[in-house]
Design a protein around this ligand. Structure first.
Ligand code: ARG
Length: 470
């Protein structure tokens, strides 16, 4: 980028009343081209639709529209092939493109900005960018959900310990655990779709803040640019960044889900747990300890949450206290969103890969599921069901059985019948049928419960969704 090239003369775009150009520091703090060049495709798309609408409504001639369109196409190829020279003196993507258009087609280029301001232009470009990003996020979420549904199908019967407080609570199926994440990521997906629905209004034509006296057709441009309708208030159109804040909000919630999952993967892949083994494609070795296989991808997914949360707080802080309508502060909206989007895309893709690839160690899960007196609740439930005890009394009797097993260093199903009968005389041989983990999970058939049959029902439900890939 050529620096200070325009420092002596005033800005060609807005410098009519200025005697000299900006100070070097002013130029540096003012410029956004370093990051908003990412919006070039949206900027050109918006300009094309605007030029077409201006011509259709007799505001510019058809010839001028053709010249402008041709010039914009040339610029698009120049940028895509890396030939375009971005200039910091020209501040931002809008003026870089307009200045190049003038070089290519002469003063006609100046007609493009009729009935438009950079304020509605940037609001449009950024909205289009966020909308496209939401589309990508939706696809990535669908992939991750599909990966989980597949794993759930393979492991509808695989038992593992279910935890509360990270202490063994009750046995669950791994399929059920996978489907819990499907629920979380599906909520994220629905937030993405809500966000697209709400941002689907086109701000182009709001001009600087008050609309315009030219006979523009905002419905035409909204339609041409793929929006449902034009925005209804010009002041709000140029001052609104809710779509970016909403995107970041849903991104932070999704990143939080990813981070929780990453944490589980980190724990599960320790030799102590050994529930899963990440594939070589999603782990690294240690340069000093040859035995190690580190879950780096999961750790980095967990860490990306920090950047995404930071972006959310950053943008909220930029926007707070801004009066209507546009303020230059709002130029600081983009980098936060770009960085968060990059992080979220990476994290979702890495997680889908890890989930699809990881080896699930059924034996270790099964063994852990049966330890830690995980079927104690089943014992208590048996006493309620078969011996008619109030649950609280059953809970107490079961506590005594757990204490006994702990003392003898055995599991619940290994306690002798006579010893169980000393705790409660109503206990019969039948009790052993509920003390295995398989029996425990199979019995939890209440709607939403962990039983393998339920898991299979839920898988059918997810598989009926048209977007789920198989
Ligand atoms: N680069 C600016 C931004 O990102 C474009 C809008 C500038 N508008 C203005 N009135 N100076 O917000």
């Amino acid at each position: 980028m050529s620096e200070n090239e325009n420092n002596k003369s005033s800005n060609k775009m807005w410098g009519g009343r200025f005697g000299s150009g900006p100070d070097a520091i002013m130029e540096e703090i003012n410029a956004s081209i370093g990051f908003d060049k990412k919006l070039y495709a949206q900027d050109i798309e918006g300009s094309m639709a605007h030029a077409q609408m201006l011509a259709d409504n007799g505001i510019i001639s058809a010839e001028d529209r053709d010249k402008i369109t041709h010039g914009l196409n040339t610029i698009s190829s120049e940028i895509e092939s890396g030939q375009f020279e971005f200039s910091r003196a020209l501040e931002d993507i809008h003026m870089n493109i307009e200045a190049r258009l003038r070089e290519l087609i002469g003063p006609t280029a100046g007609r493009l900005h009729t009935a438009r301001s950079r304020n509605d232009q940037v609001a449009l470009d950024f909205r289009l960018w966020v909308k496209a990003e939401l589309g990508k996020t939706a696809k990535l979420l669908e992939q991750l959900i599909s990966a989980f549904v597949k794993r759930a199908e393979e492991h509808a019967d695989t038992v593992m310990p279910g935890f509360t407080h990270l202490q063994t609570a009750q046995p669950v199926t791994f399929g059920h655990h996978c489907l819990a994440y499907v629920e979380m990521f599906y909520r994220d997906l629905s937030r993405v779709l809500d966000c697209i629905d709400r941002l689907d209004e086109c701000p182009l034509g709001a001009a600087a803040l008050a609309g315009t006296g030219f006979p523009i057709d905002r419905h035409q441009t909204a339609k041409a640019l793929g929006f449902r309708e034009p925005t209804r208030n010009s002041l709000d159109s140029v001052s609104d960044r809710d779509f970016a804040m909403e995107y970041l909000s849903l991104a932070t919630i999704c990143a939080t889900h990813l981070s929780r999952l990453a944490e589980e993967i980190v724990i599960w892949s320790t030799p102590q747990f050994n529930f899963v083994k990440l594939s070589d494609s999603f782990s690294t070795g240690s340069s000093i300890m040859p035995q190690k296989k580190n879950p780096d991808a999961a750790e980095l997914v967990r860490a990306k949450t920090g950047r995404i949360n930071g972006a959310m707080v950053g943008l909220l802080t930029v926007m707070k206290g801004l009066p209507l309508a546009y303020s230059k502060d709002m130029q600081e909206d983009k980098e936060q969103v770009f960085d968060a989007a990059n992080s979220l895309e990476l994290a979702l893709a890495a997680m889908a890969g890890m989930v699809a690839d990881m080896h699930v160690n059924k034996d270790a899960m099964q063994k852990a599921a049966g330890s830690g007196f995980s079927t104690a609740t089943d014992l208590a439930d048996w006493l309620v069901r078969e011996a008619g005890l109030p649950f609280r009394d059953a809970h107490h009797a079961t506590g005594a059985a757990v204490a006994l097993a702990e003392k003898q260093n055995i599991e619940l199903h290994e306690i002798k019948l006579s010893e169980l009968q000393e705790i409660n005389s109503a206990i019969t041989e039948d009790i052993y049928s509920v003390l295995t983990v398989q029996a425990s999970v199979a019995s939890r058939k209440s709607f939403g419960g962990t039983a393998p049959d339920n898991v299979r029902e839920q898988i059918k439900y997810w598989k009926s969704k048209s977007w789920l890939s198989n």
